[in-house]
Design a protein around this ligand. Structure first.
Ligand code: HEC
Length: 129
């Protein structure tokens, strides 16, 4: 008798709903944790860390851009084969910009391996767009 009551209460619509909500909350918390962990790892990889610690020079960055990137993104970064990069720093964090340049994960954009100072200069230029 009491056992039946217990089973009934566990599978009542409210209990099912509560369990579903708890599951959703748990998945959310896990996803957030993983997301933050990945961000932390990215920002703490030695190359990214070094780039972020350097003072970038926008003028040098522009020269580097015109030699390496303008062929696809346009001389003024307005976009050609590659998308326009105007206001790109509103859409992408510094860490993501560094990854975009160094990862080669979005072909046809090639993978670049700039010296940390060159990458810092490039960042300063991208952030000025
Ligand atoms: C061979 C052509 C090519 C070259 C060279 C190139 N890119 Fe790209 N780039 C692309 C293409 C194509 C995309 C879009 C990739 C996608 O999202 O699928 C892209 C995407 C990007 C993005 C992301 C833009 C956004 O809004 O998502 C950034 C930032 C970027 N490139 C920066 C650079 C920089 C800096 C250089 C030079 C170091 C460079 N690219 C060189 C073709 C190129």
């Amino acid at each position: 008798m009491t056992e039946n009551a217990a089973i009934e209460s566990v599978s009542s619509p409210t209990a099912v709903l509560l369990r579903a909500l708890a599951a959703i909350a748990l998945v959310g918390i896990l996803a957030l944790g993983i997301g933050l962990g990945v961000r932390y790892l990215q920002a703490s990889d030695p190359y990214t860390h070094e780039v972020l610690s350097l003072q970038g020079e926008q003028g040098r960055g522009q020269a580097i851009f015109q030699m390496n990137c303008a062929i696809c993104h346009g001389l003024e970064a307005h976009g050609e084969v590659g998308p326009s990069l105007l206001q790109v720093s509103d859409r992408m964090s510094k860490v993501r910009l560094i990854q975009q340049v160094t990862s080669g994960r979005t072909p046809p954009m090639p993978q670049f391996q700039p010296e940390p100072q060159d990458m810092a200069d490039l960042l300063a230029y991208l952030e000025s767009l």
